[in-house]
Design a protein around this ligand. Sequence first.
Ligand code: PCA
Length: 199
Amino acid sequence: MIILTGFEPFGNHNVNPSWEIVKELEDDDTKIYKIPVSFEKAKKIPAEILMKNVNGVISIGYAPSRAQISVEAVAINLMDSMTPDNEGYTPSMKKIYEDGAPAYFSTVPPHEVVGLLKSKGIPSYVSHSAGTYVCNTLFYSFLYFANKNGLQIPICFVHIPPTENIALNKPNLPYVQKDSIVKAIETMIDFIYRHLSSP
Ligand code: PCA
């Protein structure tokens, strides 16, 4: 079973393309979760999900100002935001988990993934910061719980740019076709099954 997560809308964005993509990929072997844009909720959800028998986790978040798919290399133990989450919480220089490491690396090799995506003609790059908003908190919390419980699970995070529907009336906004992003995530699911998940 592969777990895919996307987020609900946040800020002034009335759709979150991460959820639109994830919805397309649900099937018998792929379970999907819609994550609230809430620091407190996002830090607790990974524990529940990882208790199930999972082969891998791919979390997706929307990065409105990025122009390509970015595969995150690392999550850091920090919540620091200028804008409130959907519950009105605006943390400043707060640790996600007091007993957590300063950072955890993705357990899916980001350069291999990006190499594979580029070989399929999908523009993408390795990112070294998932930010300090709710996406980083979710990614960190997955890695924190896996680490704490000795779970060797492939866990990764992908930030996606705007899709064509969002860019329709914004002539200067960079975007990537939704179909390309769906193909990118399918490629990552396949990569996890072929190279990383235990039998
Ligand atoms: N993007 C935000 C939170 C939810 C989402 O889709 C982020 O990058 O933190």
